[in-house]
Design a protein. Sequence first.
Length: 310
Amino acid sequence: MQTECILDLFGFKPAAGRAVVAAFDGGHVTSDAGALLLARTDAAIDLVGRLAACFDDARMPDLIEHSVRTMLMQRIFGIALGWEDLLDHDTLRRDPVLAACAGKLSARRADCEALAGKSTLNRLEHAREKPGRYHRIGHDGAAIERLLVELFLDAHAAPPEEIILDFDATDDPLHGHQEGRFFHGYYDGYCYLPLYVFCGRHLLAAKLRPANIDGAAGTVDELARIVLQIRARWPLVRIVLRGDSGFARDAIMTWCEQNRVDYLLGLARNARLIGHIAAELAEAAAESTQTGKPARRFAAFGYATLKSWT
């Protein structure tokens, strides 16, 4: 017996002067319509296209179903929308909005979807520097690093007078036996210890590192690379390095002083520093006790290590 739908049964009343309609012909539905805004943003700065240019695709052109640009768009947009796991793309490969953002609503082959699945994206993420027999896509790591700084520079209509480069190391927790897995006592868990460089909201560098190293490891190399690229475009800008006590290292401060980079670094608490600010600490403690709120004092003085710094 054929089913007959009677629309009057729903009986929806108009809302704010607009008709409320119920239908069962919605077709493909997505919960990630925000990807359309990402696509408009990418159209303005061409992030995906410029990143794709950093890859070397040695696959046979006539057999390519998913281009490097499409795969990068799919992965980047997926992460931005909260889909961090590659497994998610076995569902996202059928998402109509992501397909529209890629400009590819259907696959060329009958046994494929418009977008790539987890296995194809996994091969892209494991791309070597040079294409090989079994890895046909290679990448230029130095070009990718330069692109992050180029995007930052391009975001400014005119050179600023001063920029602050924030260096920070933080934990990336691990939940399996990944390569380079180490236990970090400060974070009380197994993790990686990536190094990040920001200027305001702009990401200038992200370096994946194991956790069994000094948090400031590699800072001088990254600083030298970024400063050189920035000054090539903005030769007169004042550059300030900012970091917590984990970056108060002699090599970092020496490089800054030799290359006209100012720095503002935290110092770990020690008995000599406490002695220098004993009066200010007492005043702050008294005020905090009286008001029940945190108190702050400032003091300036000369300081030198006994033997560890030049």
